[in-house]
Write a protein that binds this ligand. Structure first.
Ligand code: FEO
Length: 400
C-alpha cells in the first residue's frame, strides 16, 4: 500500500493486519492496523514501529519515501509489541547506534522486552526535540495505558501522535475520519471500553491538562485505525463522555445456559425490563464476545448476569466475562444475578459476591430449581421490572 501523506513531509508508513480476529482477547472482525509515522524534515524521524511480523512491510513503505538508512532517530511512544515489535529489526537496518527516544519507563520496559543493546534516550514530560524546521514535544501519559505510554506532538503542524489513545481496531483503505464518517465511532467506543476504561479517571485529567496547556490539535494520529483530521474534537469529546461513564436507561443481560432454563429466565427478565422502557441487550455468552459485551456495558446502567450452577460453581463462560469486566472496573452500575440450578445452586450467590466486589448497587437475585414453571417465569419478568424501575429511580437521582 502506498504510504499516505498526512501533511507535507508527514507520512503514515504503517500496515493493515487484515486477518487478525483476536487481539489479546479482544475480537477484531475487521482486523486492525499498526500505524507508524515518518516525518521527513532536516532530520528524519520514525514514530513507533509495527508488530514484528509486519516489519518488512513497514520498511518497504518507508523505502517508497526515503532510504530507511536516512532515518536519524526513532521515537517509541509505547512498548507494547504491536508498536515496538519491529524496533530491533528497524535499528539493525537504519544503524544500531541511532537514538531511540522514549519515556523513562519506556527505556526500562524496552530493555526488558529486547534484552539487547539499544541506544535509548529517555525524555521528560514537555521536553522538545528539533527536527530542523519543525519541533516535537513529548507528553508523558503514564498508565494510558501502560506505565511507559507517551504522546508526541508536532508543534508546527499541530499533530498529536497519540499512541493507543483515540485508536480503533479497524483495517481499511480509508485512512481518515472524513472518509469513514460516523461508521468509525462504534469501533472507537469498543476500543475505549476494552482498552482504556480502567484508566477513565486519568483520561479526564489528561483532557483537562491538555486544555490548560492550550495545546491546539488539528490532527490526531493514533497507532490503530483512522487518523482524525476533519474533526479531532469529535473523538476528544467522545472520550470525555465515555470517561465520565454517564449511564443511559439501558441494561446488559449476560448469560449462559445448559438446558435452556437460565435462558428462559433471561428472556422473561428481558421482557420485564423492556416493559419498563429499558433498552435491554440480552447477550448470550456463546454468541457474543466478551469485548462486544464490554462495549455495551460502557453506557448501561445495569449489568445482569445469569448462570446455571455447574459443579458447585459458575458456568466457565460466566467466570470469563466476570473476570474480564472486573479488571476493567466499570463504575456506577446496578448489578443483579439470576440462574437455574439443579441441587446446590451456588452460582447466583457467587455472581452476587462478584458484583458486590465491583461496587455495583445490588438487587436481590433470583434463582429457580431445574425448569422455571409459569410462576417462575412471571417472577423472572417481575424481577426485570424491578430492575427497570430501580434504573429509572437511580438515573433520576443522578440527574436531578
Ligand atoms: Fe496498541 Fe497498547 O498497544
Amino acid at each position: 500500500m502506498k504510504p499516505t501523506q498526512i501533511v507535507k513531509g508527514v507520512y503514515d508508513v504503517g500496515v493493515n493486519d487484515w486477518n487478525i480476529e483476536d487481539f489479546h482477547g479482544y475480537s477484531t472482525p475487521l482486523g486492525t492496523s499498526y500505524n507508524a509515522y515518518l516525518i521527513v524534515d532536516e532530520k528524519v524521524v520514525l514514530i513507533d514501529t509495527v508488530k514484528k511480523e509486519f516489519t518488512d512491510q513497514m520498511l518497504a513503505n518507508i523505502e517508497r519515501i526515503i532510504d530507511p538508512r536516512k532515518i536519524d532517530f526513532v521515537i517509541s511512544n509505547h512498548t507494547e509489541m504491536d508498536h515496538s515489535g519491529g524496533l530491533a529489526q528497524v535499528m539493525h537496518r537504519i544503524g544500531e547506534e541511532k537514538t531511540v527516544y522514549c519515556s523513562k519507563m519506556g527505556a526500562k520496559n524496552l530493555k526488558l522486552h529486547f534484552h539487547q543493546q539499544l541506544n535509548l534516550e529517555p525524555v521528560s514530560d514537555g521536553q522538545e526535540l528539533s527536527l530542523g524546521s519543525r519541533t516535537l514535544t513529548f507528553l508523558e501519559t503514564r498508565m494510558l495505558h501502560w506505565p511507559d505510554s507517551m504522546f508526541t506532538y508536532l508543534k508546527e503542524d499541530k499533530i498529536l501522535f497519540s499512541s493507543d489513545g483515540f485508536g480503533q481496531h479497524y483495517a481499511g483503505f480509508e485512512k481518515f475520519d472524513d472518509a469513514v464518517g460516523n461508521a468509525i465511532m462504534p469501533h472507537a467506543k469498543k476500543y475505549f471500553a476494552n482498552i482504556l476504561l480502567l484508566y477513565a479517571p486519568l483520561i479526564l485529567k489528561l483532557i483537562d491538562r491538555v486544555a490548560k496547556m492550550g495545546l491546539q490539535i488539528d490532527i490526531i494520529c493514533p497507532d490503530h485505525g483512522i487518523i482524525w483530521r476533519k474533526d479531532p474534537a469529535k473523538i476528544i469529546n467522545a472520550y470525555f463522555q465515555w470517561s465520565k461513564q454517564i449511564p443511559r436507561p439501558k441494561a446488559v443481560l449476560v448469560y449462559d445456559t445448559m438446558w435452556h432454563s437460565t435462558e428462559k429466565m433471561a428472556n422473561a427478565i428481558a421482557s420485564g425490563l423492556a416493559a419498563e422502557g429499558i433498552d435491554v441487550r440480552p447477550m448470550y455468552l456463546r454468541k457474543w464476545h466478551r469485548s462486544d459485551i464490554m462495549t455495551e456495558v460502557l453506557d448501561a446502567k445495569a449489568v445482569i448476569i445469569g448462570s446455571p450452577t455447574l459443579n458447585n460453581s459458575l458456568f466457565p463462560t460466566v467466570s470469563d466475562i466476570i473476570t474480564y469486566m472486573k479488571g476493567l472496573k466499570p463504575q456506577n452500575k446496578i448489578g443483579a444475578a439470576f440462574g437455574s440450578y439443579g441441587w446446590s445452586g451456588e452460582a447466583v450467590k457467587q455472581i452476587t459476591k462478584e458484583l458486590q466486589e465491583m461496587k455495583f448497587e445490588i438487587i436481590e437475585p433470583i434463582r429457580k430449581q431445574y425448569i422455571p414453571d409459569k410462576k417462575g417465569l412471571e417472577e423472572s419478568y417481575e424481577f426485570g421490572q424491578t430492575i427497570g424501575r430501580t434504573i429509572h429511580s437511580s438515573l433520576k437521582r443522578e440527574f436531578s
